[in-house]
Design a protein around this ligand. Structure first.
Ligand code: GDP
Ligand code: MG
Length: 891
């Protein structure tokens, strides 16, 4: 530090200059007058003298104050230029108050020693008997360290002493004199930190070293260590703090450091102080220093990062695996969580929204429920663009009683109206076509029976604009005529009556008019709304009148379609072609469908790989009210499914998969399986009930026949809705579908497989096995009218599995069987099942246990079964034994 005059020094120290002069004199320092300068050395000499004169030697005597607090106030002025610049500069007085507390090192050491002694004693007791070898090693290390530290200590002693043992006045002097070292001096507080840390680590080391290590030596070492840290402080501090990433704190620190002590910071300092208070004094401590230290410590013990809280969107159903995926955790964790909640779940289990919500909540995440159609609606919203409305041809469906000439009529119109060159197109019959007349174009949908009509309507697709009700003039109104009227009326579609077979001599068209008027189908010439046209599908009479009538009707209806919008339509029928894959016949309703478009249809999606017109010829564009065949879908859609063009294949896929999921997620919570015999009683008063039926059949033919017949059972109170009619044995997913769609399951010549049976049992699904179509229709009809007896007509009493087949020329094939369920009785009728499909129905020729003929074989036992007149039994087949009940008929 620069030399100062005696006068200046006296001012700094705060004593009169003459007193200082006399003190200097006493100390033997030459200082003639107030203006003579004194050097740093002289100051030190004065200090030494003063210490000596106050009875404080170089050694740390107890009489020295343990702690010294220095206060300093500085005043300065800051000139601020006013922002407006009009009133010139403003002067602000700034008063900076600094307060620093210096704690006598020796007192810290004393504390530390005391503490160490106590602790060491304790640990010593605890560890005395163990770790002899380790002790030796530690001891060695400790000794080395101690030596080193001791050496260092000696070197740094003087320096340290300067900061340590000072008299209030002299201290200030020194601080002043050594301005650049202020930081170092202050750091003597910072150094508390090593002490604090030392506390954490030291005991172990010390404890281990304890037995041999001299207490004094140890303290010396500690002291040395501390001073070492002190000496390095300047540089270290600079290094350390940024490393801790406490830039903010650092700024804060530097402010706090020199700023006046506020009560709050004091408190903070105290509260967070890590050492013991005794050593560092309770009051007026350098809070500024402690602040940063504490914050450094706090950072070291920073709380773990907060768990990531996710927001999960839960659809109406979600599988455990999917939920886990959404939470980015393993499915096992979800299962574990559910176990904690008292539910045993499997990875593939489908959870309902609420359960999933609970699980998510339990795991500390947030959730939102999404409605099943939210995603769809979201994406589809874009697809529905308002376009210019342009007139379009009418779409006509022909309905009527069987054999009244629907097919004949359509064929006639088609063959007479399509150009000769396209005649071959008839073979490519696709179930829909359009005809062009002089007056306009008409599209006909030729779907078998009312099935498609109803199926489409139940899906909300109203394709048909006009219904042609075909009534044979020689037959009159028949049951399906009435049904057709009901369907058409329910759909709100105008009816044009084609009184057919007018060529027949026994034709009575007026009788038809009369009969129909009983069903509110009133001819125009009788003052009603319905057009009646007499036609003959055989001769072609009146056909053009019929077409005119259709066009007239459509004109009244002012049918329009949207132009220049992404194409939309509906599936009329679809099938899986061996060579071409899924083939769908669709009817375009809006826009133009082009080859290469990306379409979404029901649960399927794809790019239109091939676009064919109604004659099966490739085409590039199909417009509204026109049928088309598309290839390239991912699967076979259902009749009545929407078809729409989307811009984005990814979105199409997304919706399709979502819909598939909806279809698959069948195990909706607590869904009750439908019961045929309770159907009537569960029917709501006044409202139209729907009986859902799911048909599984041995062959496609019977599936279709059944579907058609059952749908025909619909009346004004009840609609029979065939959810699906498929071929093959009943498997687990079929049962799921039946549960989900609340359908009764009809197995026509097919049975459920083992897993299916288990599910049927556990979910109490109404599964009915039949082998006669009439029986199915009869049962369903009775159920609709509340007549169905709750008892089954037929009950399967036993099931045996063929394990081996023995053949002999004398008695034919004998099946070596194991009865797996119930009993097999000799006298009861049996069926042979292969892959859960009935392949033979008959009776038993023989039933044996070893060599004996028996009448009954119970589950779990083996037997030999000979089927009468059937020798084609194979290993793996099942033989089902059933019983017929006579059920009392209800009136
Ligand atoms: P659908 O069951 O309603 O489709 O009736 P079809 O078109 O199969 O016709 C049933 C039977 O009636 C066939 O043998 C046709 O030849 C006959 N048929 C249909 N229309 C007429 C007609 O206008 N006149 C006569 N004489 N027979 C007809
Ligand atoms: Mg027909």
């Amino acid at each position: 530090m620069s030399d100062v005059t005696v006068k200046q020094f006296a001012e700094i120290v705060g004593i009169p200059a003459d007193k200082l002069l006399s003190q200097l004199k006493e100390a033997g320092i030459e200082a003639e007058s107030e203006d003579s300068t004194i050097t740093d050395d002289e100051k030190t000499a004065l200090l030494a003298f003063l210490r000596a004169s106050h009875g404080k030697g170089d050694d740390t005597s107890d009489s020295a104050p343990k702690k010294i607090t220095l206060k300093r106030k500085t005043h300065s002025e800051i000139k601020l230029s006013s922002s407006s610049g009009q009133r010139g500069a403003r002067t602000v007085n700034v008063e900076v108050r600094k307060k620093r507390t210096y704690v006598k090192r020796s007192s810290i050491i004393d504390e530390e020693r005391k503490r160490l002694e106590e602790e060491a004693l304790k640990i010593k007791e605890e560890q005395e008997q163990q770790q002899a070898a380790e002790q030796a090693k530690k001891e060695h290390e400790e000794k080395l360290k101690a030596e080193k530290e001791a050496a260092e200590k000696a070197r740094l002693e003087a320096e340290k002493e300067a900061a340590k043992k000072v008299e209030t006045e002299a201290a200030e002097e020194i601080v002043q004199a050594q301005e650049p070292e202020v930081v170092a001096a202050e750091e003597s507080e910072v150094e508390i930190k090593p002490v604090a840390e030392g506390k954490r680590e030291k005991p172990k080391k010390v404890a281990k070293a304890e037995p041999e290590l001299d207490e004094k030596q140890k303290i010396a070492a500690l002291e040395a260590e501390m001073s070492a840290s002190e000496s390095k402080e300047g540089g270290r501090k600079e290094d350390k703090k940024p490393k801790k990433g406490a830039k903010k704190h650092r700024t804060h620190e530097s402010e706090d450091y020199y700023e006046e002590e506020s009560p709050s910071s004091k408190k903070k300092g105290k509260k967070k102080t890590v050492g013991d208070d005794k050593g560092r004094g309770a009051k007026g401590k350098g809070k500024g220093k402690q602040g940063p230290i504490t914050s450094t410590l706090t950072q070291e013990f920073a709380k773990p990062t907060a768990p990531v809280v996710k927001n999960v969107v839960i659809p109406e159903t979600i599988s455990v695996a999917e939920l886990a995926k959404k939470l980015s955790i393993k499915a096992g964790e979800v299962i574990k969580e559910m176990m904690k909640m008292g539910t045993m779940a499997t990875i593939n289990q489908v959870l309902d929204q609420e359960t999933a919500g609970l699980v998510v909540e339990e795991m500390g995440h947030n959730y939102t429920f999404s409605s099943a159609n939210a995603i769809e609606e979201d994406i589809l919203r874009d697809a529905h663009i308002d376009g210019e409305e342009v007139p379009r041809p009418p779409v006509v469906t022909v309905m009527g009683h069987v054999d009244h000439g629907k097919t004949s009529l359509l064929d006639y119109i088609r063959s007479s109206r399509v150009t000769s060159g396209e005649a071959g197109g008839i073979t490519q019959h696709i179930g829909a076509y359009h005809v062009e007349t002089e007056k306009g174009v008409i599209s006909f949908i030729d779907t078998p029976g009312h099935a498609a009509f109803t199926a489409m309507r139940s899906r909300g697709a109203s394709v048909t604009d006009i219904v042609i009700l075909v009534v044979a003039a020689d037959d009159g109104v028949m049951p399906q005529t009435v049904e057709a009227i009901q369907h058409a009326k329910a759909a709100g579609v105008p009816i044009i009556v084609a009184v057919n077979k007018i060529d027949k001599p026994e034709a009575q068209p007026d009788k038809v008019k009369q009969e129909l008027s009983g069903y509110e189908i009133i001819p125009e010439d009788w003052g009603g709304e319905n057009m009646f046209v007499n036609v003959s599908a055989k001769t072609g009479d009146g056909i053009s009148d019929l077409l005119d009538a259709i066009l007239l009707q459509s004109e009244i209806m002012e049918l329009t379609a949207k132009k220049n919008v992404p194409a939309a339509g509906v599936v009329l029928e679809a099938s899986l072609d061996k060579g071409r894959g899924p083939v769908a016949t669709i009817l375009i309703q809006h826009g133009d469908l082009a080859k290469g478009d990306i379409v979404l249809s029901g649960k399927e999606f794809g790019r239109v790989r091939s676009l064919l017109d109604e004659d099966g010829k490739p085409t590039n564009n199909v417009g509204p009210s026109m049928p088309a065949v598309i290839l390239g879908l991912s699967g076979v859609p259902n009749a009545g499914d929407d078809v729409m063009v989307l811009k984005d294949e990814k979105k199409a896929r997304e919706i399709a998969l979502f819909r598939q999921g909806k279809y698959r997620d069948t195990k909706l919570a607590q869904q009750k399986a439908a019961k045929l015999d309770q159907f009537f009683s569960q029917m709501g008063e006044g409202e139209k009930a729907t009986l859902n039926v799911f048909i599984k059949s041995d062959v496609q033919g019977s599936a279709e026949a059944l579907q058609e017949s059952l749908i025909k059972l619909s009346n004004d109170e009840v609609t029979v809705n065939v959810v699906a009619a498929n071929v093959g044995g009943i498997n687990e997913s079929d049962v799921h579908l039946a549960i989900a769609s609340q359908a009764i399951l009809i197995g026509f010549n097919v049975r459920a497989d083992a897993t299916g049976r288990r599910l049927i049992e556990s979910e109490d699904v109404d599964v009915r096995y039949y082998s006669v179509i009439y029986d199915v229709i009869d049962d369903v009809r009775k159920a609709l009218s509340g007549m169905l007896s709750p008892e089954m007509k037929e009950q399967i009493i036993g099931l045996a599995e063929v394990r081996d087949v023995f053949r002999s020329s004398a008695i034919g094939a004998i099946a070596g069987c194991l009865v797996i369920e119930g009993n097999v009785k000799r006298s009861n009728p049996i069926r042979v099942l292969r892959d859960n499909v009935v392949i033979y129905e008959g009776e038993l020729e023989s039933l044996r246990r070893f060599k004996d003929d028996v009448n009954e074989v119970k589950a779990g036992t083996e037997c030999g079964i000979g089927v009468r007149n059937y020798n084609d039994v194979k290993v793996g087949d099942q033989i089902e034994c059933f019983e017929n009940y006579e059920v009392a008929r209800e009136i």
